[in-house]
Design a binder for this molecule. Structure first.
Ligand SMILES: Cc1ncc(COP(=O)(O)O)c(C=O)c1O
Length: 386
């Protein structure tokens, strides 16, 4: 029993009452995990097999978030990463080696493309891009060494909905795995594993976090073999997350159903209203027929979320489009989406390969939880000044 107060600071015998029960998941912080005896010491990343070994592989708070995302996505197991982009890079590092070939849709989130062109090519991986609407036509691009086919449905900014089942069936027949960025659906309105995906990732930063105050990602795998590959890569790359951020994500998750429903309704309302405006050429919202792949959305999705894009008519200059965005009062300008505040960002695809001919005329909107009539009035006054 320690008697010196300095030792008591480290090895205390103070005891609080037992039996506390609450609705919140406790925040377990910890790098060192204690073993019962010397023989048990083992740096084993798979903490589901025989218990916790090291904070890097997740404290109970981290694993609670992982298990809950896995439950929602109907996967085998989930890993939590420090952001969506970290999930993308970890998947590639775990599943690829020099000499392999991967296929990535032209509509993919830009840093996913850059990881492929700037990092994977440097490691000797052969990187190819394909039109997102290719469907079973992906067969013509598959090679004997194709190991991964990335999908993102709908695609970033240009919003093409992909035929994931057709791509998966074709890729599987050629021995390749299919990875899906399922962030737009929040892992909810597209059942990725039922439609053939082998691995999914999400930017938990978006709808699960839900309040624009954290950065996290998730990777969910279909089976044990993929779980082992991802787990050992996570250990070697040394990617760890903060239990505090996971606690915020767990809190965000509890209100996700009501947030998603409200956001879906407002986004649909505004998308339909914008489609009628004389300034607008087309609205790229998967639930509208004007969005490429709309019929696939109808077939495969159970709902929609709050991110869509507006393509303005050809006579509008880049300056006019930027003026429109600058004139908005309630829509803030900023990256990342899925939070409670509405956002607008103008993009310029002039000269970009593999993107539709929208040039500088495309604005992506993230619809938040403001009153929909206020948002409409804001869009209307900005359109009046375009
Ligand atoms: C579709 C998509 N995937 C992945 C990411 C990356 O997520 P994070 O910002 O958490 O790294 C984003 C972020 O904008 C995204 O939009």
């Amino acid at each position: 029993m320690p008697t010196n107060w300095k030792t008591k600071l480290i090895h205390s015998e103070a005891r609080v009452p037992a039996g506390f029960r609450s609705l919140a998941t406790p925040v377990y912080r910890g790098s060192t995990v204690l073993f019962d005896d010397a023989a048990q010491v083992d740096d084993r990343w798979n903490q589901y097999d025989g218990g916790y070994t090291y904070g890097l592989y997740g404290t109970p708070t981290v694993l609670e978030l992982a298990c809950r995302i896995c439950e929602l996505e109907n996967g085998f197991r989930t890993f939590i990463t420090p952001g969506g982009q970290a999930a993308i890079s970890l998947i590639n590092l775990a599943l690829l080696k020099a000499g392999d070939h991967i296929l990535v849709p032209e509509s993919v989130y830009a840093p996913n493309r850059w990881f492929a062109t700037r990092m994977l090519r440097g490691f000797g991986v052969d990187v190819g891009f394909y039109p997102p609407t290719i469907g079973a036509g992906i067969a013509g691009l598959l090679r004997p060494n194709t190991r991964l086919v990335w999908c993102e449905s709908p695609g970033s900014i240009t919003m093409e909905v992909q035929d994931v089942p057709a791509i998966a069936q074709t890729a599987h027949a050629a021995g390749a795995h299919v990875v899906l960025d399922n962030t737009w659906s929040a892992g909810i309105c597209f059942d990725a594993f039922a439609h053939g995906a082998d691995v999914t990732m999400q930017a938990v930063t978006k709808y699960i976090g839900g309040h624009s105050d954290l950065l996290l990602g998730s990777i969910t795998v279909r089976d044990e073999a993929l779980y082992r590959k991802l787990g050992s890569a996570q250990q070697l790359v040394g990617i760890a997350v903060s239990p505090d951020d996971c606690s915020l994500a767990l809190r965000g998750m509890k209100t996700m159903a009501v947030r998603l429903k409200a956001i879906e309704n407002s986004a649909l309302d505004l998308a339909r209203w914008l489609a009628q405006r004389k300034e607008v050429e087309r609205v790229l919202h998967p639930a509208l027929p004007s969005c490429p792949g709309h019929e696939l959305w109808q077939r495969d999705f159970t709902g929609s979320t709050g991110v869509f894009s507006v393509v303005f008519k050809r006579d509008f200059t880049k300056e006019q489009i930027q003026n429109f965005v600058n004139r908005l009062n309630l829509f803030e300008i900023g990256y990342s989406w899925g939070g409670v505040a509405s956002l607008a960002v103008a993009y310029d695809f002039s000269g970009a390969t593999g993107r539709p001919d929208y040039g500088h005329r495309i604005v992506r909107l993230n619809i938040g939880l403001e009153d929909v009539d206020d948002l409409r009035a804001d869009l209307e006054q900005a359109l009046a000044h375009i």
